[in-house]
Ligand binder design. Structure first.
Ligand SMILES: [Zn+2]
Length: 61
């Protein structure tokens, strides 16, 4: 099963806002019940955000 992380453990404010309406569940890192996102979702969102801001060099990772 995929790990999930809560919005409180994500330090990026853009991502925090983005996932703040997600379903509440237990975070795998702080064990608090908060809106969570799976690591897969988080990576997908990061890639989209990076490609949107760095369209000329999308492979910087
Ligand atoms: Zn957490």
């Amino acid at each position: 099963m995929s790990k999930q992380v809560c919005v409180d453990c994500i330090t990026d404010s853009y991502l925090q806002t983005n996932f703040s309406d997600n379903d509440v569940d237990e975070c795998d890192y702080c064990n608090e019940e908060r809106p969570v996102v799976t690591l897969e979702e988080l990576v997908e969102e990061l890639e989209e955000a990076i490609q949107a801001s760095f369209t000329e060099s999308p492979r910087i990772l």
